[in-house]
Design a protein around this ligand. Structure first.
Ligand SMILES: O=P(O)(O)OC[C@H]1O[C@](O)(CO)[C@@H](O)[C@@H]1O
Length: 434
């Protein structure tokens, strides 16, 4: 059992892969030699082996304390300081995690703030957490991002009013740079328990650092197995021979398709619990590749839901897109369809089949239809969604993104374009200096 790649429906010929091979090889050399653009942000490459074990144990201790003394964990962060934790927690926890009874869930409810600037969202959350014991994890590498900074100001005050300043300090956990930034300064001043985001790992590559791991561990997810899966990916996906490396093949296929005018990639899944994995993936690929007037637009769709909304466009619209489907081979749970005496819905032909059996036929039918509609399809088969394979899949996407970005000729580790909206917003808000 392993993650595998199927590109038999990608409309890509062998000679096209042969042609791009040397470019992929150069990209691997750039990344592994540490001489490529953005070379100061490649700490994630060896992270699954070289991670700070002391910090890792500190994360587990803090997670246990939060599990013991809190009904709710509030996670403040945006982009790479938010999406990884949420992607993992949603993928590996109950579909209705927060509203499950405490006896069944056993771990704190988890809510995310600071990922938007909606006043209604914050005020509605106050209603949800009323009367509950709270811990707060504020996550920001720069410590200056507006959305989480505003949310933290509000929730810090909330915590201090609820618990008093001393106990609030006991319940606030800060994840930030080791020495720089406003959040680090505040953390030192207040004496919060804090976690370090390594200098050489950018936000969108930080899921397997304390950024993702603390909330993930609070949700009761086994972070040892997660790292083990990532480590397996680190070893397997460093094979320089593209023919034996599915991660490099994925990077190659995307570039070939992009060069043929397919500049939208739809990441498809048939499991709603993978919704936030797609959101995480969107940031990873969007921020890494979308620059210098280039880049594939990373879109996402959840089937079969979106077959009833986007399906028409994918089947018959402009042929500028391709699909990458995450196919979960073994469902986490399954249930059988029973016979109905009246059979008014005409579904008795499915008697004895399972819901996942139907889902898989929907996948196969869609693949056939979209391929017939000239949509190139790449399939990533994942044996099952558990900690191990989730960690491995994360590493697969991270490594493929770096290799794909270098092959595209961009620096996959910067994001200069994100500053533009901030400058305008600050000027409109009257921030000094803008
Ligand atoms: O952790 P920080 O510094 O608050 O940054 C959050 C996010 O903002 C960005 O810097 C820009 O969107 C992302 O790269 C990053 O993931």
């Amino acid at each position: 059992m392993n993650i595998s790649l199927d590109y038999t429906n990608s409309f890509i010929e062998k000679h096209e892969l042969d042609h791009i091979k040397s470019f992929i090889c150069d990209s691997q050399e750039l990344l592994h030699s540490g001489r490529g653009p953005g070379k100061d942000f490649i700490g994630w490459v060896d992270l699954p082996k070289d991670y700070d074990k002391e910090e890792f144990n500190k994360i587990k201790e803090a997670a246990n304390k939060i599990k013991d003394d809190s009904d709710v964990l509030i996670v403040i962060g945006i982009g790479g300081s938010y999406l990884g934790a949420r992607a993992c927690i949603e993928a590996l926890s109950h579909s209705f995690y927060n509203i499950l009874s405490k006896e069944k869930r056993k771990t704190p409810e988890i809510y995310y703030v600071g990922n938007n600037i909606s006043s209604s969202y914050i005020l509605d959350l106050f209603d949800v957490i009323e009367g509950k014991n709270i811990s707060l994890n504020v996550i920001s590498k720069s410590g200056t991002t507006t959305e989480p900074a505003i949310a933290f100001r509000i929730f810090k005050e909330y915590m201090e009013n609820k618990y008093g300043r001393e106990e609030a300090k006991n319940r606030i956990y800060a994840t930030t740079d080791k020495s720089k930034g406003a959040l680090r300064e505040l953390t030192e001043k207040e004496g919060y328990t804090s976690f370090v985001i390594p200098d050489n790992i950018g936000g969108r590559y930080s899921i397997l650092t304390s950024v993702g791991l603390l909330p993930i561990a609070v949700a009761g997810i086994d972070i040892d197995n997660l790292m083990e899966g990532a480590y397996s990916g680190m070893k397997e996906y460093s094979n320089p021979d593209m023919e034996d490396n599915i991660c490099y093949q994925y990077a190659a296929l995307r570039n070939i398709l992009y060069n043929k005018g397919k500049d939208i990639e739809i990441l498809v899944s048939y499991e709603p619990y993978l919704y936030y994995l797609s959101e995480w993936w969107k940031q990873l690929y969007g921020e890494s590749e979308g620059k210098d007037g280039k880049g594939i637009y990373p879109a996402a769709a959840n089937f079969t839901t979106d077959l009833h909304s986007l399906g028409q466009l994918i089947q018959d619209g402009k042929r500028n897109l391709f699909e990458t489907t995450i196919n979960v081979e073994k469902p986490k749970k399954d249930l059988e369809i029973k016979e109905d005496k009246l059979n008014l819905d005409g579904l008795n032909f499915l008697k004895g089949k399972t819901i996942d059996f139907v889902n898989k036929r929907a996948f196969e039918g869609t693949l056939m239809a979209h391929t017939k509609g000239n949509v190139p399809n790449i399939i990533i088969n994942v044996p099952e969604v558990n900690e191990y394979y989730f960690g491995k899949l994360v590493y697969f996407f991270e490594k493929a993104c770096a290799i794909s970005g270098y092959t595209l000729g961009v620096n996959p580790f910067d994001q200069p374009g994100v500053e533009e909206y901030k400058k305008n917003m600050f000027r409109l808000l009257g921030k000094p200096g803008y």
